[in-house]
Design a protein around this ligand. Sequence first.
Ligand code: NAD
Length: 493
Amino acid sequence: MTGLFVDGTWREAASRRTREIRCPADGSLVATVPEGGPEDSKMAIAAARRAFDQGPWPATSSLERAALLHRVADLLERDKETVARLESLDTGKRVVESRYDVDDITAVFRHFAGLAGAESGRVVDAGRADVVSRVVHEPVGVCSLISPWNYPLLQTAWKVAPALAAGNTFVLKPSELTPSSSIWLMQALEEAGLPAGVANLVLGAGPDVGPTLTEHPDVDLVSFTGGLVTGRSIMASAAPTVKKLALELGGKNPNIVFADADRETALDLALTAVFLHSGQVCSAGARLLVQDTIHDEFVAELVRRAERIRIGGPFDDDAETGPLISAAHRDKIEAYVAAGLAEGAELLTGGARPQGTQYDGGFYYLPTILGSCHAGMSVVREESFGPVLTVETFTDEDDAVATANDSIYGLAGAVWTSNAGRAERVAGRLRMGTVWINDYHPYVPQAEWGGYKQSGFGRELGLAGLEEYRETKHIWHNIDPSPQAWFDGKDVS
Ligand code: NAD
């Protein structure tokens, strides 16, 4: 059985419990994996601690770490189809999307391979000829890496690649719903030659295996990607031992369309912004803000196009988007839509499950657009994380910025206009970690990713994504020591 990976060994859960992983597209059985608990987390932390304190990995050269990350990238290229299928079976997303994800994951490993030795330290002018003063970077130690189900291996790669590049050891906990690609990753790290104990994997439900990973005194850093409510509890549980912490939480992201935008492209990308992967994207453009002068015409065309979106399973070549991750998640989205309608939103399209036997056993929901929305509604304020677009209007630039920023979140947003000055002014005033101008969704591993406000703190990717996993130490070396005689020892009694 493969499942938990601790100290270089595959094992069952201490409790011997297992979990069935089922494809959200049709309910078919994908895998049966061990279901870990606190005991498994403790064992994995102990292995990571030993590997950090006694093992060779933290002291390896940046060239060796880079070489290992490149080998993982090579294995991703070799196993691209296998990994894409694992992701699609666990998440239900179309395999064509999973292939893009695997390319992105490969790029993330290559990016951090390139950065492994970057800015490794500097000499500081201490202003004294008898002192050598330098700043060095060191790995933080044992990292707990906790990731969500929507982009299982991609979100995991954003953590694992920099953690290894900086010389850390880790315990990875993927979402209990989507463990398969993390199992593949452990096999790949083993094949690439990573020493035992550096990479450990625990599987299981968040409330069972998670708290040990976030509160254990032997863990130095927690990097978490997931929902706001879970993020808050992780922050509290990491507080007593003052761990380094990075939280990549949710978003409720505004997509702002001015009347002078390239209409055709703005329409096309407004659909991609919110309906890609059925809206299960942290940066989904789920809040459409349209300038009042073009609202009616723009929204009517958007509705027409949304009604043509084809839904299907991961291996359906005709499908343009797929199912939701679980029945519970679909229930949550249905509740948000019902609340929005009760608060006065107008159902423009969707708001129901698609009909037909091809959807049996899966958790499908129609692309949904709600009109007449305002920032006071829960469906606008909170992250439904599904294929639900709310439409608001604005009058001018100030109104657009104020409406867009009226949110507890600050992950991402977009502005559409042909006025370059306005585009830059609005981008500068949006309180978000990523702003797209005349585009939606692209990202590159070279650029930092993360949230303002309650979308979290810390950054992934870029250079900052490596620095999260480094401690900074100042070393002061007095090369000609002599007494200072500050305390001169005179007897003044
Ligand atoms: P979630 O918060 O339910 O779970 C995320 C992970 O935390 C899972 O592995 C889960 O098992 C674990 N977990 C749950 N309770 C825990 C606990 N008490 N202690 C430790 N770990 C615990 O989130 P989800 O439903 O898996 O993912 C969707 C959320 O992730 C959305 O809110 C989305 O916006 C967010 N997300 C954010 C980003 C980003 O870059 N900011 C990227 C992807 C997803």
